[in-house]
Design a protein around this ligand. Sequence first.
Ligand code: B12
Length: 425
Amino acid sequence: MKVLLVSANTESINLPTFPLGLACVAQATLKAGHEVECLDLIGVKQPDALLKKTMGAFKPGVIGISVRNIDDQNIAGPRFLLQQAKQVVAACKEFSGAPVVVGGAGYSLFPQKALDYLEADIGIQGEGEEAFPLLLDHMKKGLLFSHLPGLYLYGSGSCEGNRRFTRDLDRFPLPNPKILSTAAYEGEDFYIPVQTRRGCPMKCSYCSTEIIEGRFIRKRSPEVVVRSLARWVDAGFRRFQFVDNTFNLPPSYAEALCDLLAESSCPIAWRCILYPGNLKESLVAAMAKAGCREVSLGFESGCDEMLKEMNKHFRAQDVRDASRMLSDHNISPMGFLMLGGPGETQRSVEESLAFVHDLNLDALKITIGVRIYPYTALAKIAVEEGLIAPDDDLLFPRFYLERGLEDWLRKTVEERIKENRAWMM
Ligand code: B12
């Protein structure tokens, strides 16, 4: 079949993100024998005109749209980014009669509600490499497809909980450097995103990863990852970002991957996100040897009671140790604070701010309030406290901010940011 795959994301918040998920789906769709064209709308001034031109020339039989962001998670004035994706769906429908299928990390969080809002024909929750080609196969053969895993049909109710996560990630091809143009991203801050693992068992109280990727960690074999990186290096790329939620879990895998990378002598520099608990110096040394230059430490608080509230399995001292080890190995540490969750007080905020002050991070991002996602411990607390209704689907962003902290917290954070050049909101 002729398949057009569109990345609807046009945002450059934080940094413009190369659509890795779409590239993965495109690679798997090609492997399944379809003719694929990809369209990335980042930086495109007139998306409608480009979509019209592409539909006219390519005449797709099916259109897949990747929906990454729902909103910008900004409590001060949230932007509802799904609106942009809705316009893309509408344009696809205007210029083509082909069925429109949506998927992606943002979509997967709200599969039924987002499909209703977007008015696409079909939604696929979860990873698309198996489900999307399977859907195409059923369409091609004229078979019924409503029973397929993770599939949602516009206007016909949900099949929630039905999605499947593959155990063997190596079954899915990693994107080839030629699959999508990187031209719109190249510059100072461009890192090729790489994913080695999916799933997270940590259950932080606010986190949505379990819905998107599941609880069980599934890994690509290090050999496959290193071979893929080498292909990107041959194509001229040198900087990479591991987008795994927690690069160091499990530690044995992370160390094996780093050792193999170092052995391969790939001339690369990379960054990743680390879980600060149980970080061993041997892993940090292996990371440095393999080209790691920057790490985001996802600690969110420097107060032990708050870390416990968030169900983090580490303490402030572990973060101090992690930050020191990284600096000792010339890896630049950056950190995150998320202030205002359940149990936060002026004292715990001050404790966190003093904590990060002493850490000497190269950059710190502070978020006020916590975006509430479905099926999380935070959502349960928000319902119990009457902050949200039990049937609030949370598609339109709702935030938790401990009562009484509102103005004080904003003012305090703004003042401290003025005093610390490496801090930002
Ligand atoms: C790494 C990451 C980042 C990095 C990106 C680095 C980089 N170079 O790419 C950084 C830190 C920069 C970042 C920034 C932001 N992020 Co972010 N990020 C992630 C994270 C952890 C992984 C994304 C990723 O690359 N996954 C790997 C790829 C392979 O998976 P995937 O894209 O999901 O694709 C798979 C499926 O979704 C599906 N699929 C994808 N497309 C399609 C299309 C079709 C047709 C089909 C059928 C299937 C399908 O198949 C793919 C392969 O299996 C996710 C959380 C998560 N676990 O997903 C959040 C996440 C995507 N981010 C999120 C947000 C909000 C943001 C920011 C807005 C935050 C901010 N205010 O700064 C910015 C926006 C950036 C931008 N310009 O768009 C939210 C989005 C939900 C929402 N509320 O909108 C998520 C889900 C986290 C969360 N809070 O739940 N992010």
